[in-house]
Design a binder for this molecule. Structure first.
Ligand code: FAD
Length: 462
């Protein structure tokens, strides 16, 4: 049966023939596992700096077939993680990291323009909202942190203005962040693939890396071939949970999305500007934006949980989750009740305990590096990931190889099966708490306590 694809991947289907799988024995200077944003940005940055470097990308599916071709297409910075960054690195470094992540948004726009990638990049800002009284002022600590440090990132809006911009009174308060954009995510991934090929990167699709040696050089084993490489870059997102050394750094959860049929007239009527992306402040965050052809794409984070790195078909599509996401969409936009749902899909998210990525050398080996844990905010930050991983692979001594996120230690999740069982318990508590809050009921004390064990969210809240 053909793999279930996102609306975005369906839209760009047939843009280029699939690359052939790796067959037989080959060599490369740098092997990259994963043809998503992180792997492709890394390959491109390596080639830009060292055109003679022989780079091979090995992708089990097609490039963009993972999270990069399925996401919501929100291009956000790490400014909403300023409190976490300040806790880890001090406010000065935190501001530098957050500002660089804002610049990454512009980098994507420039790159797309320079290489004529039609990824529908639109910079229209992000509205971070509250849709229940429990969510009110969720952004307060971050906004205050910014204000105290002279960062004018967040605009406080009157509640009526939030409802007006979001096109629905379900939005009771919020702040607006100008430095945010939306893209057609699969078009961006496929554009990166094209540029990588033009720069001479060798791409092998339908090529699953089954194992690799922790040695120098590294030998990678695939179904039909073997690749021997001086350096290895692991850009496998959620699938890296199957790698022993990385398995406890991330928990794999799904994010589930629906898309409506085009509804230009109805959207114009409710007044939601086409370029504006919106989230609520739930832990199982609802996120929504409008496509080029006036569909609403509405997603919800945090539902299906993977055991270890086992990411099955339920991470491609899940009917029950789609129904739950649809219910949230209908609740927020009753005025769009007549607009049918045309697509639904899912994808895996590599969540770290603090929702910031981890990058470094695998087991301290200087010839094997990794960049994982984008935690549902990877479209913009993967630009930084690509720069860091390219510098590590090329053994550069620069601002990227010395980036504070490199080699940081994270308090890991518990091992399996404890993590799987614990995650189900915490998820049930979060779901029960947030359902009660949306319905303005008091959640149970147990649900409130257990929900506190959930990993930090996409943003630092309260
Ligand atoms: C439904 C959903 C919505 C999201 N919404 C947003 C959003 O709006 N904004 C945002 O910033 N982020 C969002 N994210 C997160 C974002 O998509 C990711 O952080 C980003 O795509 C990470 O890029 P990546 O290259 O690490 O991962 P991927 O694109 O998943 O790339 C990893 C690749 O590795 C391949 N691979 C894995 N194992 C192997 C192997 N053994 N051999 C060969 N290849 C292998 C996979 O097939 C995959 O293509 C969302 C994620 C999901 C799932």
């Amino acid at each position: 049966m053909p793999k279930h694809r996102s609306f975005w991947l369906q839209e760009v289907a047939g843009d280029a023939p699939d690359a052939l799988p790796l067959r037989g024995t080959a060599e490369a200077d740098v092997a990259i596992i994963g043809g998503g944003y992180v792997g492709l940005w890394t390959a491109i940055r390596i080639k830009e700096q060292a055109p003679g470097c022989d780079v091979a990308v090995l992708e089990q599916d097609i490039c963009g077939g993972g999270a990069s071709g399925r996401n919501g297409g929100f291009v956000l910075s790490w400014m909403s993680k300023l409190s976490s960054l300040a806790r880890l690195f001090g406010i000065g470094e935190a501001l530098r990291i957050a500002r660089r992540s804002e610049a990454a948004i512009g980098d994507i726009a420039d790159f797309c323009q320079r290489h004529q990638i039609d990824a529908d990049f639109r910079k229209g800002g992000w509205l971070w909202t509250a849709t229940s009284s429990a969510q009110l002022e969720a952004w307060e600590s971050v906004v205050r942190h910014c204000e105290e440090n002279g960062v004018a990132g967040f605009q406080r809006l009157a509640p009526e203005e939030v409802a007006r911009r979001a096109g629905s009174r379900a939005h009771r308060a919020g702040v607006y962040i100008e430095d945010a954009a939306v893209v057609q995510p699969a078009a961006l991934a496929r554009g990166l693939r094209r540029v990588a090929l033009e720069l001479g990167v060798r791409i092998f699709e339908h090529t699953t890396v089954r194992k690799f040696t922790r040695s120098h050089p590294v030998t990678l084993q695939t179904a039909e071939g073997t690749l021997v490489a001086e350096k290895l870059v692991i850009a496998m997102n959620a699938w890296s949970a199957s790698i022993r050394e990385l398995s406890r750094a991330i928990a794999v959860i799904s994010s589930d999305i629906i898309a409506t049929a085009p509804a230009p007239a109805q959207l114009a009527q409710i007044g939601w500007h086409k370029d504006l992306s919106i989230t609520d402040s739930q832990t199982m965050v609802d996120y929504y934006r409008i496509t080029r052809d006036s569909r609403v794409v509405f997603g919800k984070g945090g539902w299906t949980i993977a055991y270890g790195g086992r990411i099955g078909a339920e991470f491609d599509r899940h009917a029950r989750r789609a129904a739950e996401v649809t219910a949230d969409f209908r609740r927020y936009y009753p005025q769009l009740a007549g607009v049918p749902i045309s697509h639904d899909w899912s994808g895996p998210v590599d969540r770290t305990p603090d929702s910031l990525p981890v990058l470094g050398y695998l087991g301290g080996r200087k010839n094997i590096c990794y960049g994982i844990g984008w935690s549902g905010n990877g479209v913009g930050p993967s630009v930084i990931g690509g720069r860091i991983l390219a510098s590590l692979a090329l053994e550069q001594n620069d601002e990227w190889s010395w980036h504070p996120l490199v080699g940081r230690s994270v308090v890991g999740f518990p091992p399996e099966p404890l993590r799987f069982l614990g995650a189900h318990l915490v998820r049930a508590a979060v779901a029960s708490k947030e359902r009660a809050e949306i319905e303005e009921r008091k959640p149970s004390a147990l649900a409130v306590q257990l929900a506190k064990l959930a990993p930090a969210g996409l943003e630092d809240k309260k």
